[in-house]
Write a new protein. Structure first.
Length: 128
């Protein structure tokens, strides 16, 4: 848990290997979601907010579970089980986000802000 720099080291071990193993499947799903958001996201805004709420909850749940709860060498079925549970919980949160539009707009803004921040850091800040 500690690195040679005396700082706690958080690793996503099993989750990282899982996504490296199934990268093609997840790439196709995310490309399809991106095409949906580009083509029909504005027209079907309630479905868009549901999907953003579900994605946010699923990603947060998976990262928190594998960074803080599960051991570094958890079996693969744990990842699948956790993914299904997080998707179910995410669907419930997505439904609430759909009902309360301000929360949905907040989540969309948080995703875009995080993406722009990561892009800014990778292209400009990390070079110096």
């Amino acid at each position: 848990m500690n690195s040679k720099e005396a700082c706690p080291k958080i690793t996503l071990g099993t989750l990282w290997h899982f996504f490296n193993h199934y990268y093609g499947v997840f790439a196709l799903v995310l490309i399809a979601l991106g095409l949906y958001f580009i083509a029909l996201g504005g027209r079907y805004y309630k479905a868009t907010m549901l999907l953003f709420g579900e994605m946010t909850t699923t990603v947060a749940g998976m990262v928190i579970a594998f960074a803080l709860i599960y051991p570094k060498n958890a079996p693969e079925y744990v990842v699948w089980l956790n993914l299904i549970i997080c998707l179910g919980v995410g669907y419930g949160i997505g439904y609430l986000v759909q009902k309360y539009a301000r929360v949905g707009v907040l989540l969309i803004g948080a995703w875009l802000g995080g993406l722009f921040g990561a892009f800014f850091y990778a292209t400009i800040v990390s070079k110096f």
